[in-house]
Design a protein around this ligand. Structure first.
Ligand SMILES: Nc1ncnc2c1ncn2[C@@H]1O[C@H](COP(=O)(O)OP(=O)(O)OP(=O)(O)O)[C@@H](O)[C@H]1O
Ligand SMILES: Nc1ncnc2c1ncn2[C@@H]1O[C@H](COP(=O)(O)OP(=O)(O)OP(=O)(O)O)[C@@H](O)[C@H]1O
Ligand SMILES: [Mg+2]
Ligand SMILES: [Mg+2]
Lengths: 251, 251
């Protein structure tokens, strides 16, 4: 049974792309077949995996139904980890889709029936609650929320949870909150500890036990086009995403 | 002569809001009259200044022409610093405006002729290149780009500069690049130093001399609803935004 997980948060820079790349790679090294879909016009998941953007024949063609999934999927440097590359051309897709019927279902119909061979599909979302993120929430069966250990990131959480329940009742009955993972956690900072306590009080079991520490290896790895597990497998960053992968496989 | 500056970058979490709040406050303590416009549906600049969201009668009413600027402007805790509060209701504005004529000019017509009393207007943009950011680039005479000292932030810069020149030739001939400021700079990290060198090589004089260091006081201040100059005036964060304000006043 394929699990389709949208990794979303309208707050920018909270670790969505870093989580998609490194959770994806950690699941793949645990012998799972994983597909990453780069739905962000910045295409950071694509460059972070060392691949070129897909241009108009990549994600745009998939969303517009001009190409099938198997025609747009490519391999990465990690065995068992595939990718549908993103592209800056997708910035125009939101305005183009806005006027069409069934505009929330383009990604859902592109994936349906084509992802059986994967155990996990991870969708990297842009930092907004616009049509691309809505498409991800409609195509997914669950949502994983990275939350940075900072004040502004916590503030946006209730708005994000409301949007998820709105999408569930309007278009996707099966959409679940898979879990929330704290990112860039620095146990030396009072702010980090306070935000973590607040999140735990609000979210309880929905919060993953694993927290991702602030670790420079995680921000260096994308400049080499590699997930951290290939760049520095013994780093705290690599260890934390392996432990997150274990929790994801248990749920 | 009022200077209207859009603070923009589609990359999330690079310090747009932190720059708008703290540059705004630093200019105000230097006896300039400053207006902050919160054009981000997350409304972080609004909560970071300790104010409630504007709801449908705030930014939405201004953009739709239902209210004038003077009916939506409020004071902040800083003498000489005013604010047009943002609201999560703005998330729907982008799709609503998309089908209208002159959709790029709503903010420009709301501001024209109403901001003479201010020496600076700072517009906080959402992390995207959608219609809200385009409205800011059309209404502004210059753009200030915060760039985080990280790989992904540098990657998106050329795409952002292309968008700015497209807006200039299509809708706003007077739009200038006011400058680029490096944020969250940590001189102990090789990555920070490398990204800074790369930015300096590409941008030359467009790069402000002032860099904003990573400083926990900057991320604590918003949880108290205060700019850092009121929260901890002797911190490195407060000092760096005062020095950026001096550079802005000189240009
Ligand atoms: N745990 C971490 N420790 C250190 N740096 C990190 C960590 N997680 C992410 N980063 C860095 O922080 C920045 C923001 O992370 P990332 O780009 O993954 O966030 P995002 O939510 O995908 O951003 P956007 O909203 O722009 O899509 C990146 O430069 C990344 O390399
Ligand atoms: N120089 C700094 N030192 C430490 N923390 C910082 C600094 N600048 C910003 N921050 C913190 O980093 C986070 C991201 O900054 P901010 O929210 O200002 O970025 P943004 O570009 O406005 O994000 P978005 O793309 O979501 O609008 C915030 O939690 C903020 O408090
Ligand atoms: Mg991202
Ligand atoms: Mg912001």
């Amino acid at each position: 049974m394929t699990r389709i997980i949208a990794v979303a948060n309208q707050k920018g820079g909270v670790g969505k792309t870093t989580t998609v790349i490194n959770l994806g790679a950690s699941l793949a090294v645990n012998d799972r077949d994983v597909l990453i879909i780069d739905l962000d016009p910045q295409a950071n998941a694509t460059s972070g995996l060392g691949r070129e953007q897909g241009g108009l024949e990549g994600m745009n063609a998939l969303m517009e139904g001009r190409k099938s999934l198997s025609e747009t999927v490519i391999r990465t440097d990690v065995e068992g980890l595939d990718l549908v590359p993103g592209s800056t051309d997708m910035a125009g897709l939101e305005i183009e889709l806005a006027s069409q019927e069934k505009r929330e279902f383009f990604l859902d119909s592109a994936l349906k029936g084509h992802v059986e061979k994967y155990s996990y599909v991870l969708i990297d979302c842009p930092p907004s609650l616009g049509l691309l993120t809505v498409n991800a929430l409609v195509a997914a069966d669950s949502v994983l929320l990275p939350v940075q250990s900072e004040y502004f990131a916590l503030e946006g959480l209730s708005h994000l949870l409301q949007t998820i329940s709105r999408v569930r009742s309007a278009w996707n009955r099966r959409l679940l909150l898979f879990g929330v993972v704290m990112t860039m956690y620095d146990s030396r900072l009072k702010l980090s500890r306070e935000v973590f306590e607040e999140a735990r009080a609000h979210l309880g079991k929905a919060l993953f036990r694993t927290t991702i520490p602030r670790n420079v290896k995680l921000s260096e790895a994308p400049s080499f086009g590699k997930p951290v597990i290939l760049y520095d497998p013994f780093s705290k960053g690599a260890g934390s995403y392996l432990s997150l992968a274990k929790e994801v496989m248990e749920r």
